[in-house]
Design a protein around this ligand. Structure first.
Ligand SMILES: *Cc1c(COP(=O)(O)O)cnc(C)c1O
Length: 455
């Protein structure tokens, strides 16, 4: 099995966190997102402990909540002492609605709007990772209006290719994110930030990509970032207190994928960074890292019901499921690889090969092609493993398909943390303001006033 929490019971059924997946599918319906809370809490603890243990000035993981954004995830991250990244007003709103402390939020994004900046400032977000100069000026205006000084990180691009898939590389010089060190623009950006009113520069941020399985890309980034920080100290007399090395911890999706030990990886990064700072006589910074997938990816499994099995004689077979790109667009978007199995007969050999096809009117709506799997029958529960990250958070209502619920498992007990969307939701949402005005809690009113909605 791909993960330790994946087992097979006496009935031959696939189990997640000790809970029978076929029973879960029958109880809650399909498609169904299942999250094993023990796994995601364990990942949070490994990262948080390692950063506390190995960094001389301390550090904290920020859960990159775009990987799985719902109120329960912010509650769990908060209870484990993590901070969180948000990348939009909507994520920020969700975090605040869950009671997440604003001062432990870092607000990212390459195209934040003026309204979002005002919202973040007024909510008291701890750090805003400023992407570019226009945003710096807008933020200064927003903070000025609110009579506040906003603490910021500057997002810079260290010019690193972490040798992962192109669509998830973000630290290269020509990336759409941040400002390049190599071209000298990051130095200008820093100078501007130090001179801009209502802005307090707290340090620097970089994010080099995703699915990084070794420490080398991070230590390379640390080298470039500390060299840049040293140069800034010389040229501007500014010493950074915070270094944010971004996210990107890898998870294994198929057998043979690297399964990095996060404790060891973070230790290597921390030791390397500490040595670099010592060599430069640079005070050790407080370090932030932003794992998203690494926290939630392996904790998730998606369950579907097989609708039909179609074999095109002489060509290939399709397994049609009752979900697809609407709940998991990652294959359509990136060609991501997955492991699938028939939960009803998980112990049997994978003697069948098929494309697992979604229900949408798109040929590209696939979970994967040529996937080895047990011989399927209509009505079987089909499980796609390691779907905790970028599945629910990327889900859509294309073809007016309601989004599945999330069932969280704790100590063998399932609970619904996001309910299944209904057809009523589908027609209620476009008239969203009607729904908003129906809400009366003080928090909503405050926020909706802020955005100028009538309440
Ligand atoms: C997407 C993203 C992350 C999280 O990436 P993972 O691969 O899920 O760990 C962290 N930080 C930033 C700025 C991001 O854009």
């Amino acid at each position: 099995m791909l993960q330790d929490n994946h087992t097979i019971n006496a009935a031959g059924h696939f189990c997640v966190g000790g809970v029978d997946a076929v029973t879960l599918a029958q109880t809650y319906g399909t498609p169904l997102y299942v999250m094993d809370e023990a796994v995601l809490r364990a990942k949070m603890r490994v990262c948080a402990d390692a950063m506390t243990k190995y960094l001389p000035a301390g550090g904290m993981p920020l859960f990159a909540s775009k990987a799985l954004c719902c109120k329960e995830m912010y509650r769990i991250a908060g209870s484990e002492g993590l901070g969180a990244d948000v990348v939009s007003g909507g994520e920020l709103y969700t975090a605040l609605a869950a009671g997440f402390p604003a001062e432990k939020l870092c607000f990212h994004g390459s195209a934040k709007t003026m309204d979002e900046l005002r919202f973040a400032v007024s909510a008291g977000v701890g750090l805003i990772a400023v992407d570019n100069d226009e945003e710096l000026q807008n933020l200064s205006r927003a903070a000025g209006e609110a009579g506040r000084t906003q603490r910021v990180l500057l997002r810079v691009t260290p010019g690193i290719d972490p040798h992962t898939f192109a669509a998830v590389n973000t630290g290269m010089v020509d990336s759409k994110f941040g400002v390049a060190i190599e071209t000298g623009q990051a130095m200008e950006f820093t100078r501007a930030a130090l001179e801009t009113p209502h802005i307090a520069l707290a340090g620097f941020h970089c994010h080099i990509g995703s699915q990084i399985a070794e420490s080398k890309p991070f230590t390379d980034a640390a080298d470039i970032m500390t060299a840049f920080m040293d140069e800034v100290r010389t040229e501007c007399g500014y010493t950074a207190g915070i270094l944010n090395l971004g996210g990107g911890l890898a998870v294994p999706y198929v057998a043979g994928d690297p399964d990095p030990d996060y404790d060891a990886l973070i230790r290597e990064v921390a030791e390397h960074l500490t040595a670099r700072c010592a060599a430069l006589h640079y005070p050790a910074p407080y370090v932030l890292m932003e794992p998203g997938r690494g926290i939630v990816g392996a904790a998730g499994v998606t369950l579907y019901t097989v609708q039909s099995v179609k074999t095109i004689t002489g060509y290939k077979s399709y397994i049609a499921i009752d979900g697809g790109m609407t709940d998991d667009p990652r294959y359509a978007l990136y060609g991501s690889q997955y492991t699938v199995l028939i939960a009803d007969r998980a112990g049997e050999p994978k003697d069948f090969t098929a494309d697992v096809a979604g229900r949408c009117c798109e040929s590209g709506d696939l979970i994967g092609e040529n996937m080895p799997i047990q011989t399927p029958r209509a009505g079987d529960t089909l499980a796609v493993l390691v779907t905790g990250a970028y599945n629910y958070s990327m889900a859509s209502n294309y073809n007016r398909v309601p989004r599945p619920p999330i069932v969280m498992l704790r100590d063998g007990v399932p609970r619904v943390v996001v309910r299944r969307e209904t057809y009523e939701d589908l027609v209620a949402w476009p008239g969203g303001c009607t729904r908003f005005t129906a809400r009366s809690d003080a928090f909503s009113e405050k926020i909706f006033d802020f955005f100028g909605f009538s309440s």
